[in-house]
Structure formats: structure tokens, C-alpha cells
Write a protein that binds this ligand. Structure first.
Ligand code: KIV
Ligand code: ZN
Length: 523
């Protein structure tokens, strides 16, 4: 059987970052990029350089660090966009420019206000211009699934002639259904004369929940690159989920005959956790492949079946996607050597100073928590690696709350060597704390999301809080951990304020974001 590789083009850092409320700074993008490379993605779209300084910086930084994967920058079909993308990709080992231009009647008439001939000419000129900058150019006729087939054929043929090595067919608004989308790919493969000179790619959105199905239908009809995101993040309802596409191809070799990807599937869970943590977008427990319940068997009949023979109710081995029970590793009496050894095994490479600082946090935690799990260790190390300058530091806090008492919080902060203190009441203890921080720091923001979760299980589990705060139209994510959820929440809020002041933040402006302060009220 002929073996053929399906290229995995990850766009978590570009389309994924367009998820409402997901904003990543340069350092966070780099962390995700390095993990995407470990995961084995063939191409990663690191950003859209023309849109913001943060994105330009992020593409530059990712380009400098990534060795094996192709690094891609998105550009509209204009010289300025292409110049910026080329500039941002200068240091990349394997750079790619991805040019896009809408080709559907709806987009041409209402958005671009241009006729077919002009669109075709602009697309061809843009590809030629990008090819003068770089050999690896991809072109996307945006809204391809709603483009008139004759025009789509023409555009695909002409951009390949102009030098596009990859032509991506986006289902931009997630409108297609699998049988139809598969036929579109087949039609292009059968009728575009020079189609073999380019890789056909697909990019499916999830508005009807069909992103993965459409991508797989396309693969069965000749697409050899799939654009997708970790956890299915992306604009509106998101993009096709990388983990689902990869595992479908791997598990159903009988259907996807001879097709394979180079993804190290054991890295999927870790990648999903990292992306969820840094974007602040939680993964639903019943999410396929990497959701916390994906390998839990609740009913007695199922449990009995799995105990007798795993394959009765489990089609994937949990270990194959990176699920592994957390191991008890260290405790109060563990020394620095055992600690740094375990940190290395978890994949962190820290300087001696960073190990010292992490070891101190570990000891503080070990005073409060008997058993320290791998996930706890990862959380405390990552908190320390958060390269945000600590303009404000939480010094102390006190909260009084009760059924018949209006919650009141006193918060002490350090700000540039000075101590500031403020007291505030709120609808709940967390709300009171947040208001006290605002008073103490003078930084006014609007809370748009607030979540707390446990890093590991048990009564003394490390709690992790994440907040999204809108400052002047910019949404910033803040995170904090502690065995006390109120302290974790305060740390998260202070972290968000510090992030506003740190450079290179790529957070997106969302004027329509609704205040969810109420969410924190009764917490
Ligand atoms: O959804 C879309 O059409 C896109 C393009 C830029 C490929 O994201
Ligand atoms: Zn998209």
C-alpha cells in the first residue's frame, strides 16, 4: 500500500488566538510553539504580523527558536502585509508566507467591493510578490466553500501558476457538510490542470460542528494538508481540532488507507493542557481525545467490560494520547537534588537561579500540602517562569465573610518597594478582594471571566485561578495558584495587572465583551 503523509498545519497561535477572550503574550506564544514542535506539527502559523506589534514580535520570536517545523505568517493580499510577514519570518529556518483573499460572491460584493477579475489579479500579483520574498508561499481563497465553483477553479489554477506551493481551501464560516466539501476537493483535483504542482490543504471552521468531519472528507478526496488547532480553538465556534483529526487518521487505518501524520500522539494531552492554561480557555470534560472524561468509565457495565478487556469500551489506549495518572513524587522532606531531577524529567530546563526559586515555592507548598504531584510541580515551575515583571506583588490579605455578613477584604500590595493597603466590601469574598486590589493599585479593569479549578485532586489540592480582565478594551488573562482559592484568585488578579504593564502583550481588543463580574460575586 502506498504510504502518504498528511501534513499537519497548526494555527493555534493565529486562528486559535482569535478565540474570543484568548490573548497570548510573546512569551506564552513561544512556550506553545516549542510544545507544538515537540508534538511534531509540520507547519505552525505563528501569527498575523501586520495586525499588531505583539503579533509581529511573536512571529519573530517563534521564528528564532523553531528548528524543525515550518513557521508561517499570515498576510492579506497586499504588499504591506506581505512585507511585514517576510520581515517577521527573516530568522526562520523554514519560513512560509500565507496569503489570503476572499473569493465568494458575498465577500467580494459586500466586504471587498471588487469584481472577479480584480480579485483574480490581486491574488496572482500577491502570490508573485510573496514568491519574490520567499520560496514557500501558500494561498487561501477565503470563504472557498461558498465560492462559485468555476471561479474557485480559476483562482486555484492561476495562483499555482503564480507560484503558490500550497493552496488552502477554507470553509471560513463552517457552512459546508462533509459529502459536499469532499466533492469540492475532488472537483479541484479532477479539473484543475496544474493541481499536482501544489499541495491541497483545507481549513475548516466549526460553526455547524462539522470542522473535523469536513477535514476528513477532504483528506479522503485528496487533500494532503489539514489546518487545525489544539483543543479546536479559533474564531467563533473554533477550527477543526488537531487531536481529533490526528487520532481519527491513526485509529481508522482501514478507512484512511496508507495515510499517516508525524504527530507524536503521546504529546497531545500535555499540549492541550498547556494551551488551555495559557489561553485561559478551559476544555470541556467530555471533549474527544483529551477531555478529562475521555477515558473515564462511569457505568457499572462499562467498568466491568473494561476490566475484562479494555477494548470493549475503549478504542484508544489513554497512554497513546499522553494520559497518565499523576505520580506522587515529592514531599516535605525531599531535597533540592530530587526536586531538580524530577523537574528535568518533567521536561523543564531551568537555570540554577530558577531552580532555587522554584525549590523555595515547592518548600512553601510542601508545608501546606502533604503529597506533591507532577501537576503541582509543573504549576509551581510555570508560575515562576511567567516572564511578567512583578510591578505589583501580593503581600497579605484578610477576608471576613459569612451568611449574614457583607464580605469585606483588606489587601496589602507591594508596588515598587512601597506598601499599599486598601479595604473594600463586595457581593462575595472574591469580589471584595478584587475591589480591594483595584483600590490599592488604582488599576481599574472590568472582570470578564473568572474560573477556579484544582490542579490535582484531594482536599489539599493546589487551586488554580484564572481571570480575564478588560483594561481599555484589551483583554488580559491572569493566573495564580495556591492551596487557598481566595489567595489563588488574588494572585491571578495581580498577575493580570502586571501583564497589562508587560511589553509584547498580544491581547485582542474586544469592545463587545460583556462584564461577567457577577460570576465572581458569590464565589
Ligand atoms: O477561516 C479562514 O478562511 C481563515 C483564512 C485566513 C485561511 O482563517
Ligand atoms: Zn480560519
Amino acid at each position: 500500500m502506498k504510504k502518504e503523509k498528511i501534513l499537519i498545519f497548526d494555527t493555534t497561535l493565529r486562528d486559535g488566538e482569535q478565540t474570543p477572550g484568548a490573548g497570548l503574550n510573546v512569551n506564552e506564544k513561544l512556550k506553545i510553539a516549542l510544545q507544538l514542535e515537540n508534538l511534531g506539527v509540520d507547519i505552525m502559523e505563528a501569527g498575523f504580523p501586520r495586525t499588531s506589534k505583539g503579533d509581529l514580535e511573536a512571529v519573530k520570536t517563534v521564528s528564532r527558536h523553531i528548528k524543525r517545523s515550518v513557521v508561517c505568517g499570515l498576510a492579506r493580499a497586499t504588499k504591506k502585509d506581505i512585507d511585514d510577514a517576510a520581515e517577521a519570518l527573516k530568522k526562520a529556518k523554514k519560513p512560509r508566507i500565507h496569503v489570503f483573499l476572499a473569493t465568494s460572491k458575498i465577500h467580494m460584493k459586500y466586504k471587498l467591493k471588487k469584481a472577479e477579475e480584480e480579485i483574480l489579479r490581486t491574488a496572482v500579483d500577491a502570490v508573485k510578490y510573496a514568491r519574490r520574498k520567499l520560496p514557500d508561499v501558500e494561498f487561501s481563497p477565503e470563504d472557498a466553500s461558498r465560492t462559485e465553483p468555476g471561479f474557485l477553479r480559476k483562482v486555484v489554477e492561476e495562483v499555482i501558476k503564480a507560484g503558490a506551493r500550497t493552496v488552502n481551501i477554507p470553509d471560513t464560516v463552517g457552512y459546508a457538510v462533509p459529502v459536499e466539501f469532499g466533492s469540492t476537493i475532488k472537483m479541484l483535483k479532477d479539473t484543475v490542470p496544474n493541481i499536482e504542482d501544489a499541495v491541497i490543504s483545507v481549513h475548516c471552521h466549526n460553526d455547524l460542528g462539522l470542522g473535523v468531519s469536513n477535514s476528513l472528507a477532504a483528506v479522503l478526496n485528496g487533500a494532503r494538508q489539514v489546518e487545525c488547532t489544539v483543543n479546536g480553538l479559533g474564531e467563533r465556534a473554533g477550527n477543526a481540532a488537531l487531536e481529533e483529526i490526528v487520532m481519527a487518521i491513526k485509529m481508522r487505518k482501514d478507512i484512511f488507507k496508507g495515510l499517516y501524520t508525524d504527530i507524536k500522539t503521546e504529546e497531545l494531552y500535555k499540549t492541550s493542557k498547556l494551551v488551555s492554561k495559557l489561553t485561559g480557555i478551559i476544555v470541556q470534560p467530555n471533549k474527544s481525545i483529551i477531555g478529562e472524561n475521555a477515558f473515564c468509565h462511569e457505568s457499572g457495565i462499562h467498568q466491568d467490560g473494561v476490566l475484562k478487556k479494555r477494548v470493549t469500551y475503549e478504542i484508544i489506549r489513554p497512554q497513546d494520547v499522553g494520559f497518565e495518572g499523576s505520580k506522587i513524587v515529592l514531599g516535605k522532606l525531599s531535597g533540592r537534588h530530587a526536586f531538580s531531577d524530577r523537574i528535568k524529567k518533567l521536561g523543564f530546563s531551568l537555570s540554577s537561579d530558577e531552580i532555587d526559586a522554584a525549590f523555595k515555592r515547592f518548600k512553601d507548598l510542601a508545608d501546606k500540602k502533604q503529597k506533591i504531584y507532577d501537576d503541582d510541580l509543573a504549576a509551581i515551575v510555570e508560575e515562576g517562569l511567567d516572564a511578567v515583571q512583578e510591578m505589583y506583588k501580593l503581600k497579605d490579605f484578610e477576608v471576613v465573610s459569612g451568611k449574614k455578613t457583607k464580605p469585606v477584604a483588606t489587601v496589602k500590595l507591594y508596588h515598587q518597594g512601597q506598601e499599599t493597603e486598601a479595604r473594600a466590601t463586595g457581593d462575595g469574598p472574591v469580589d471584595a478582594c478584587f475591589k480591594a486590589i483595584e483600590k490599592a493599585s488604582g488599576e481599574k479593569g472590568k472582570l470578564v471571566d473568572y474560573r477556579v479549578g484544582a490542579v490535582t485532586s484531594g482536599k489539599d489540592a493546589l487551586g488554580e485561578a484564572s481571570v480575564k480582565i478588560q483594561f481599555d478594551g484589551r483583554i488580559v488573562v491572569g493566573r495564580g495558584t495556591s492551596t487557598d482559592v481566595i489567595e489563588a484568585s488574588l494572585r491571578a488578579y495581580v498577575n493580570a495587572i502586571n501583564r497589562v504593564h508587560s511589553s509584547g502583550y498580544g491581547g485582542k481588543t474586544r469592545k463587545t465583551a460583556k462584564s461577567l463580574r457577577g460570576k465572581a460575586r458569590k464565589a
